[in-house]
Ligand binder design. Sequence first.
Ligand SMILES: Nc1ncnc2c1ncn2[C@@H]1O[C@H](COP(=O)(O)OP(=O)(O)OP(=O)(O)O)[C@@H](O)[C@H]1O
Ligand SMILES: [Mg+2]
Length: 373
Amino acid sequence: MKGLHIVGVSHAYGENKVLDNASLMIPAGELVCLLGSSGSGKTTLLRLAAGLERLQLGKIVIDDKIVADPEVHVPPDHRGIGLMFQDYALFPHLSIIDNVTFGLRGMAKPKAERRAMEMLGRVSMTKYAQSHPHMLSGGQQQRVAMARALAPEPKLLLLDEPFSGLDTNMRLHIREETLTVLKASGVATVMVTHDPEEAMFMADRIKILGESGRILQSGRPHDIYYHPQHGFVAKLFGLMNRFESVIVGGCVEIPLGKIRVKGLGEGRPVEVLVRPEGVILDSEGKDGPVIDVISTHLLGHDNIVRVRLSDESGAKEDEKELYVRAHHAFEPELSNRITAGVDPEYAFIFPLDDLGGMAGAGYTAWPQPHAAE
Ligand SMILES: Nc1ncnc2c1ncn2[C@@H]1O[C@H](COP(=O)(O)OP(=O)(O)OP(=O)(O)O)[C@@H](O)[C@H]1O
Ligand SMILES: [Mg+2]
């Protein structure tokens, strides 16, 4: 298979076990985002793939060639890899074009310069070819770093938090440009990010690395968002309303209503996580517990509304304040009695006695609930 295949990689720094049997496959042309908490081993995984770190256990294959196993270690510059790490360090004493040709040392100078200019063109930076890095903005330096990483036509591109040094607007702009350049080059890309929204925006597939050093879940952004298999994964993607309950008669009951659950035994304590879009407000106030609106925050085409359940709802104190995503036309001041319900499609149920999301091993997902009763 063309692309990167990491098979059963474990890694420890002395006593500190960082990766535990981590596997991932990234076909050519695909962009995979690796998401996980700080210290979970994301950079370590990239350094192992790049050959900057010696592999202890497992196997790394690039385009069907083993580049690392406990006996084999192909040096980094023979792996056909482009690297771009957080500080995208350009060489300050070299001009922009010389920064880009730096990785093309095997090529005759005129050819290398043609190639470098072509790459600078792709990231709209040709007119800065003779400038030096300090004359460029952060975003422009970022683009040059991308051109430099792609110039030798790597088979694989490894990006470690490449946009973290940029402000929000620049980030949005650069990540869109990066996506265009990457898709045009057809390279397999692994990008580490802390930012779940960035992962949703960029990735063909997202892999979540848990604290246990294992890949907890892997899937298309849609699957990860709508079918998280661990509480940890669900909570990574934005605000969540959390309740605790127990399974009774095949259902869980939370103050917002009852949700049917399959595959979990009677009496099992669970946590119920409801996304803000899963709390349904009814301004006619017919059914469900009454809420008070605390504040609304316009986010463009919809609102995030902070509400509080009434004392009669039966909610525990720490379960009373909820976040709701409501249509922008929602006008709470016009209503005198607003009630709340739950859309089970946005409710995720995980057993409390098996915090698999954090522990990783031995965890099984089960079908999501189908309908509230
Ligand atoms: N060269 C090293 N020597 C010893 N320990 C290291 C080394 N590099 C990383 N570690 C440790 O390995 C663990 C994982 O580090 P790593 O940098 O891979 O995490 P990360 O997921 O990239 O974190 P972050 O999101 O903060 O960048 C951490 O506990 C870290 O302290
Ligand atoms: Mg890191």
